[in-house]
Design a protein around this ligand. Sequence first.
Ligand code: HEM
Length: 170
Amino acid sequence: MTTTTAATPEAVAIAMEDALDWAVRDSLTTYVTKIARGGYTVDGGAVEREGGVFSFPLRRAVREGADWRFSFVGSVRFVAHGGLMDILIKDPEIVVGPDRGVLATHVADDPDELLAVVALAAALPEADEAGLTWSGVPTQLAPAAVDLFGTVYPAGTEMAPISIRIALDS
Ligand code: HEM
């Protein structure tokens, strides 16, 4: 008899400065604040850095075989047109493996549901002693998130690049 052993998820120690940096999309921020006369709020531990980049602290890093799952905390919410437009990006997660990567978030409609928002152009980098670092990895809008942005951007639209810093202990 043969038994198959699934990869055991392995949580990894995380450091204070570990974070995801993502601006969502520059033209969206400009539209919301300058054209649609709305605004955005940053909450739950996320902060806005220079240049309109939102920084979400890492809460959990788990390795499952060749894949990594990074869970971040904090939210940014874009509201305009008297509430008609209400786009929530909350507690993003990145799942990345050797040949795929996706950033998903919790959305306003269902706090329990994760929605794939963008596909990442880069697969997992090799970890070195410093940990995992991505700088300016291009992203493309995932088909599942077209409705989130009011169907204005087609699937595949270039969204803001992401950067992550994850220090690894081992
Ligand atoms: C009162 C209703 C609305 C009006 C009058 C309106 C109007 C507009 C206009 C004129 C633009 C083009 C701006 C430009 O020239 O760059 C635009 C873009 C856009 N709208 Fe709306 N809009 C409305 C509702 C919504 C809603 C409900 C959403 C989302 C749920 C939305 C999301 C967007 C997005 C994502 C863009 C593209 C921004 C960019 O990246 O340039 N809009 N809208």
